[in-house]
Ligand binder design. Structure first.
Ligand code: XMP
Length: 556
């Protein structure tokens, strides 16, 4: 079988190309995610047609140490393809129907580049239709679990290697249309009850198209299919964190030169990993600013300061601005108002302290890949704002700074892997996400220092319980919310009239959807007992069992 991708046929410029080779004007920003910076690796292009699960294709490929990018179909044209020079292409699923003349297509050039192409679901139908086959609309809906059976023999070293060992494969389907006639050169390799062309291929040209979604967990061997595809395309699995670290350090040096960089540290994993990486690259040209807004968890401020200043020796401005924040929040109970006050103040305070780092030209941010993927909206139009997120989005323009974003190409778990590679302590890397507005949004109603203190103690006990029971890593995020309500209780022989609190613990993949964590009754009972027993000011504990949606993870 012909394989693609020996070293000799690489057409992309290699990492280390000069600015001129990369088409950059002298002094132009060398951002992460530009064509030049990614050419250290062979690249797979995912053309997104708007499927809910396109990001999962990228996740699975990254797990295979294959570098890939997602680009919306309407941004991929012939010039883009020439410039990107993919080693292989995947066409994602999507909500449209190819039987609708207005539905999206791939540039025909995708099929003329001579690289392997895999079409998934809608991507299958696009490929088949564009190459001269036919797709029928409507009446053959198939959703959820299905079984695909092979319809013909395949070569030993093929995209099917390791599949069909038990005679059939469990897959996840979600389609209304189906392929009914094949383009020249294609054969059917697998069928399901609702999709007679569940797998079709033209192996000579390395065109493969599947009706099901190999990228989702519900297709247990989907990973095998994707691994076979990338192997045949010639990917060597060179996208590792060790390699990433070396390249990122070189890129930061090249971008920053001998300039100064400031980095807003939140104490979260992303900004911490970004800071350590940048420090490795440019040492004391980096200064971190950690703004303590008085809304942090127990010992959080000490932990962050100790790690950065003492353990890593990274220059750090520890700005204790709690008085200012808590003063501004006094009497405020509306959640959006709290968020806006905190966001606005953060920018002011950060700017004030950043000025101490005279002449900084660059601002470092822990932006991740999911933040920069342009999503294709099937319906069009902006989505509703549920919460105004606190971030430093307004800073670069306001301060005239250039951005350094060394994590722009990574998913959250890759950031954690990079953190491990950089030697950050395991307990720090594995920390649950913590929102910018901190405890302010876990203290519904008016915030007071007393309430924050009570909340900190209860939260610390809950997290301690979770750790003691070995559950921390199974949970996406866990915290206590202090409720703005006092309830009557009996303690010893006396009456109590104290606050109620709610425990919140969720499982999630990305924070977009979540489910409550199914603690045992014993765990909940023990935790409630400890909180009421050890925290003065709380006499009642509840467990929040709302999923997201309809709830959100935080209470405000
Ligand atoms: P929600 O409450 O919207 O939270 O379901 C989803 C995830 O986002 C975190 N979150 C924030 N993170 N700034 C942040 O940096 C914010 O303003 C903010 N609000 C919510 C939340 O903790 C959860 O992980």
């Amino acid at each position: 079988m012909r394989r693609f991708g020996r070293e000799s046929d690489l057409s992309a410029p290699r990492f280390g190309a000069t600015r001129a080779q990369a088409g950059l004007a002298p002094g132009a920003r060398l951002a992460y995610g530009t064509a030049m910076t990614q050419r250290a690796h062979d690249r797979l292009l995912i053309i997104d047609f708007g499927s809910q699960v396109t990001q999962l294709i990228a996740r699975r490929l990254r797990e295979l140490n294959v570098y890939c990018d997602i680009h919306p179909f309407n941004r991929v044209d012939d010039a883009f393809l020439d410039d990107y020079a993919p080693r292989a292409i995947i066409l994602s699923g999507g909500p449209a129907s190819v039987t609708d003349p207005a539905s999206p297509r791939a540039p025909q050039k995708v099929f003329e580049l001579g690289v392997p192409v895999l079409g998934i679901c809608y991507g299958q139908q696009v490929m088949i239709e564009q190459l001269g086959g036919a797709v029928e609309g409507g009446h053959h809906r198939e959703f959820g679990r299905a079984w695909v059976e092979p319809t013909r023999d395949h070569e030993e070293d093929s995209i099917f290697t390791g599949l069909f060992a038990t005679g059939r494969e469990e897959v996840w389907m979600s389609h209304g249309d189906r392929v009914t006639a094949l383009p020249p050169g294609f054969e059917v390799y697998g069928k399901s009850q609702g999709a007679p062309c569940a797998i079709v291929a033209d192996p000579a040209r390395h065109f493969y198209a599947v009706q099901f979604h190999p990228e989702v967990h519900h297709t247990p061997n989907g990973r095998v299919l994707l691994a076979n595809f990338t192997r045949l395309a010639g990917f060597t699995g060179d996208w590792t964190m060790g390699a990433y670290r070396d390249e990122a350090v070189a890129k930061i040096r090249e971008q920053v030169g001998d300039g100064k960089v400031i980095c807003g540290l939140s104490g979260g994993v992303d900004s911490s990993v970004a800071a350590v990486l940048i420090h490795e690259a440019i040492g004391d040209q980096l200064t971190c600013v950690f703004v303590d807004h008085g809304l942090l968890r127990q010992n959080e401020s000490d932990e962050v300061v100790t790690m950065f200043r003492d353990h890593y020796n990274i220059p750090l401005i520890h700005a204790d601005e709690s008085e200012r924040f808590l003063g501004a929040l006094e009497g405020v109970s509306d959640p959006e108002e709290k968020r806006k006050i905190i966001g606005g103040l953060f920018i002011d305070v950060f700017q004030k302290h950043a000025a101490e780092v005279g002449g900084a030209e660059f601002l470092a941010q822990g932006t991740l890949y999911p933040d920069v993927i342009e999503s294709v909206s099937a319906a069009g139009g902006p989505s509703v704002t549920i919460k105004s997120h606190h971030n430093v989005g307004g800073l670069p323009e306001k301060m005239g700074l250039k951005l350094v974003e060394p994590l722009r190409e990574l998913f959250k778990d890759e950031v954690r892997a990079l953190g491990r590679e950089l030697g950050l302590p395991a307990h720090f890397i594995g920390r649950h996400p913590f929102p910018g507005p901190g405890l302010a949004i876990r203290c519904p109603g008016a915030i007071t220092r007393d309430k924050l203190e009570i909340l900190r103690k209860a939260d610390a006990i809950f997290i301690d319980q979770i750790r003691r029971h070995g559950l921390y890593d199974d949970i996406w995020q866990a915290f206590v919310a202090l409720l703005p309500v006092r309830t009557v209780g009996v303690m010893g022989d006396g009456r109590s009239y104290d606050y109620a609190c709610a425990l919140r613990a969720v499982t999630s993949v990305d924070g977009m959807t979540a489910d409550y964590y199914p603690f045992t009754h014993e765990f909940l009972g023990e935790t409630a007992g400890r909180i009421v027993g050890e925290v003065e000011g709380i006499n009642r504990v509840t467990y929040d069992i709302t999923s997201k949606p309809p709830g959100t993870i935080e209470w405000e």
